[in-house]
Design a protein around this ligand. Structure first.
Ligand code: IMP
Ligand code: MG
Length: 180
């Protein structure tokens, strides 16, 4: 069973709910009177995004982008490739990029450059998790759920080889699963 592959639970369902409610309140206050455009980075962010937007009490809209950089391994390859573009004009919009995890920062620093060239009114990053230990690109999140340890983690949208996204909590994946 997938639960047996988890070494340790880092954030329970309840911990996630509470933290995401607080993030939603913070974004609601910071963007009062605005109609932000939330752009989720597929696939990892979709579970977080679904909960976060319902915690934002504003007239917001939702779009998705998809990038590939990871393959099925546990460390980044460095190259970022847009496989699905935003599809709408973001000029003059207050854009919030929604990510599951900020690791090396390569993905988000590329996306920040790409999206800022489209002249949004503002551009912010909201990531559920920040793993600062592995940072290569100079990126700081505007909103962050948790600073997490330098471990490979899964659940609540985060995968290893496309598995474990449906775990309702976030946990550290047993090393034996990927170093077998
Ligand atoms: P970065 O470009 O290195 O910051 O990588 C960001 C992407 O790598 C995230 O959006 C995740 O999809 C993936 N990633 C990084 N660390 C982890 C992890 O611990 N578990 C699952 N996915 C991860
Ligand atoms: Mg991702």
């Amino acid at each position: 069973m997938m639960h047996d592959d988890v070494e340790k639970i880092l954030y329970t369902k309840e911990t996630l709910e509470n933290r995401i409610a607080a993030l939603g309140r913070q974004i609601t206050a910071d963007y009062a009177g605005k109609a932000p455009l939330c752009i989720g980075v597929l696939k990892g962010s979709f579970v977080f995004m679904a909960d976060l937007i319902r915690a934002i009490d504003l007239d917001c809209s939702v779009e998705f982008m998809a990038v590939s950089s990871y393959g099925d391994g546990t460390t980044t390859t460095g190259a970022v490739n847009i496989t699905k573009d935003v599809g709408v004009s973001i000029e003059g919009r207050d854009v919030i990029i929604i990510e599951d995890i900020l690791d090396s920062g390569v993905t988000l620093s590329y996306l920040m450059g790409y999206l800022s060239a489209m002249k949004p009114a503002s551009l912010a990053i909201c990531t559920l998790l920040d793993k600062p230990a592995r940072r290569k690109a100079d990126v700081k999140p505007d909103y962050c759920g948790f600073e997490c340890p330098d471990e490979f983690i899964v659940g609540y949208g985060l995968d290893y080889a496309q598995r474990y996204r449906n775990l309702p909590y976030i946990g550290i994946l047993k090393r034996s699963v990927y170093s077998a």
